[in-house]
Design a protein around this ligand. Sequence first.
Ligand code: GAL
Length: 817
Amino acid sequence: MKRVLLLIGFVLANALQLSAQDLNFNEGWRFLNEKAEGAESPEYDDSEWREVTLPHDWAIEGPFDVKYNARAGGLPFHGTGWYRKEFTLPKGARDKVIRLEFEGAMYNAHVYINGKFVGNRPYGYIGFEYDISQYLNFGEGTNVVAVRLSPEDLSSRWYPGAGIYRSVWLKMDEKIHVDHWGTYITTPTVGPKKAVVQNETVIINRFSEDKTIVVKQEYFAPSGNKVAEGEEELLVKAGTEQTSALFVTIENPAIWGLENPHLYTQETSLWSEGKEMDRYSTKFGIREIAFDKDGFYLNSEKLRFQGVCLHHDNGPLGAAVNRRAIQRKLQIMKDMGVNAVRTSHNPPSRELLELCDEMGILVQDEAFDVWKLAKVPNGYNKFFEEWSEIDLADMIRRDRNHPSVVMWSIGNEILEQGKKEIGWKLAKQLHEVCVQMDPSRPTTAGFNYYSAPYDNNMAQQVDIAGMNYKPSMYSEVRKNYPYLPTYGSETSSVTSSRGVYHLPIEKYSTHESLQVTSYDIIGPPWAYPPDIEFYFQEQNPHSMGEFMWTGFDYLGEPTPYGGKDNSTNGYWNADWPARSSYFGAVDLSGFPKDRFYLYQSQWTSKPMIHVLPHWNWEGMEGQEIPVYCYTNCDEVELFVNGKSMGRKVKGKDKTNIIVDFLRYEPKSFDSPYRLSWMVPYEAGNIKVIGYKNGEKINEKSIFTAGKPYQLALEVDREKILADGVDLAYITVKVLDKEGNVCPLADNKVSFIVEGVGRLEAVGNGDPTSTASFQADNRKAFNGLCLAILKASKEKGEISLTAQSKGLKKASISIISE
Ligand code: GAL
C-alpha cells in the first residue's frame, strides 16, 4: 500500500501533489440502482442520482422482501447498479502514470473512463486496478469514471452485498514505479538472534528509454527505528518490468506471534538519475510457519486452530467494509478464544487481514466456493474457466505479505470432489498457481465428501486436507493416509437464536416460531454439537484443530429454515421471514449467544462461568427446566433460590441432557464439556459457583426479571475518531426496576442522535426480522437491541437518547476527536 499523503476531502485539481501517492477516492460518487442507457458517457446527466460515499452496499438498504431470495438475505442485491464520479487533474499530471484501484466491487464490474471501456472484472471479492492514463483529460477538462455492476439473482449461497463495497484509490506515479501489489517479503530464517528478510520488488519503467534504477529498501522495527537497509541497481529496459531481489539480516528480531504481533515496515524507494521516483511501504511480520503430519507450528511451537469460519458481511452494515466493524468482530472472536479465521469462502477485505496482522489472529485465506460445477444457477462457475487462475494469483499477490495468512485455500466443498476425472486435475492446477505465487505457505481445501476426494486423488493435491463435518473420520483418514496433514476445516454447524429456549427442547431442528433453541444441540442433518468436535479433536492429536461454522451470524442461509443447495428461489423462501443464519456463536448484532461461552470454556483458560437458560418461566412453576453450565472450572454447584441442586465435576458426572440427538450415539446426549441439571422451576434466581482444585473461583447468577421498566445503554468505546467512518456500537438493554435484563422483552426503542455523528444502523440479532437496518428505531429481541453511530469529520460530542413507550429513557454521550 502506498503512503496516503492526502486522505480526506480533496479537490483534485488544486490539492493533488505530484509526488507518488495514493489518493483515497471514496467520496463524491453518484449512484443509481437501475439500468441507465449511456451512463458511461461523460455527457450523461446524473444530477438526479443519489450522492454516496464508498464503501457502499446498496442492498443493505432493503427492503427485505419475500420476492428476494432468503438464501441471499432476502435483500435486493441483484440488478444493475451504476456509480459515477467526476474529477479533474492538474496539467502537470499529464506525464504521470495514473491508475484506478478498486479493492472490490460486487459484482461483475464494467469500468469506463470518459466513455471509454477500460475493463471488466467479474469476481466481486477480488481487487483490481487499471492504468487509465491514456483516457484522461488534464487541466481544464473534467473526467468521469463510470462503473456498472450487474449482480445476478441466484448467484450466491449467502448474502454477497451489492455495490462498490470496498475502497477505491486513485494513484498517480512517475513513469518509474513499483507495480500493483509489487512487493513480496518472506522471512526464510527466523531465530531469536537474527532473521533473514527476503524481498522481491517488481519495478516498472514506462519511459521509452532504458533506465538505470536504484532500488533502496529500508527496514523499520515496530518501535520505528531503522534496523536494516539494502540497495540494488538495475537496468530496466524501456517499457518493461524487472524484479529486484534482495535480502537483509535483522538482528534480535521482534517476532510476530499471537501474543505479540510485532509488525515491521519495509520502505521501498526507487531512484533514477538522482531523483526519487517512487516510495512504497509494506508491512510484514517476522515469523515462521511449518506443518507436518502431526500438526501445525508457529515459530516452532505446535498450535491448534481454535478457528471460526466468517462470512464477510458486517450484519446491519451489510457488506460495506468498515475497519471498526471488522475490528469489533475480531475482538469478540478473540474474547471467545479464537486464534484463527477462515475467510469463508472468498478473498477477504484488506482491512480484515491488516487487523488480523495487528491483533495476532491466523488466517486461512480462501479463494472459491465453487469451480466448474455449479452450486447455484448463476454462480462463479460461469467465470471459473476464464478467471480462476487470475483471481487466485491476484489474491495471493495481494495477501502474501500478511504474517497472519498461513494457508491458501483453493476451495470449499467443491463439487468436483465426486468427479474422478477432473477433480484432482483442477486441484493440482490451482495448487500450482499457489506454489508459483507463494511457496512459503501450504495449500488446503475444505472437503466434505468422504471418501471420494481421497479415493479420487484430489485431497492429495493440496498440502493440508481440510475436513468439513467429518470428525468421526479423522482417525480413519489418519490410518489410510498416514502422511496427510488434516484438520477440521468446517465443524459443528449447530444453530441457535440468541436468548431463545424452547421447552420441551424441540426434537427436530425447526420450530414454528422460526427460531432455534439455544441449548446448543440442534442443527441441520450434517451438523453436530460443538462437544462432538472437541471430543474427536482430543482423540486425534495430529489434527491441526478446527474452524467452527460460524463465529458470527451472517445475512442469508437461514438454515434450518429455507432450503437446500441447488434449490429454487421459492423453496428457500418457504419459511419467510427467516432471512439470516442461525449458525453463529454470536448473533448478527454482535451479541454473544450461549454457544460463545461453550467455545470460550474450551478455548480459554482465564476462569469463566456461564449458565443458561434465563429464569423467567412464569406459568411453568414446578416443571423441570434443563439448566446448563459452561465453564473452564472443574466443578460447579448449582443453587436455586439458595438451595443446592448438587455439585458436579466436569467430564465426570454425567450430564442429563434429555434431547434425542438423532445422529450421534448415545441417544441421550451426554457431554464431558458441559454440566447440566434438571430443576423444577420456581421464580427467584439460579446461581452457579465454579471451583478449581476445590477452591471457589467464580459465580454467576440469573434472576427472574420483573416487568420492563427502563432502558440502559452501553457503548463499546467512549472516544472515536472524527474521520467520517469510525463507529460507536451502543448496546441497548431493556431492564426491570432492579436492573435485570428482561429476557423476553421486545419493546420498540426509538433513537435520537445529536451532535457530530449520525445513526448508521440498528439491529437486534433476530434472524426473522424484516425491519430496516436503517430505521431510527428497533424492537428489542430478547431484551437487547443495538444502535451503531457513525462519526462525522467534525470533532465534538455525539449523544444518543433511546426511548420506549412506558419505559424510563436513557442517554449516552461519546467524544469524537
Ligand atoms: C457447509 C458449507 C457452508 C455452509 C454450511 C452450513 O456445507 O460449506 O458454506 O453452507 O455448510 O452448515
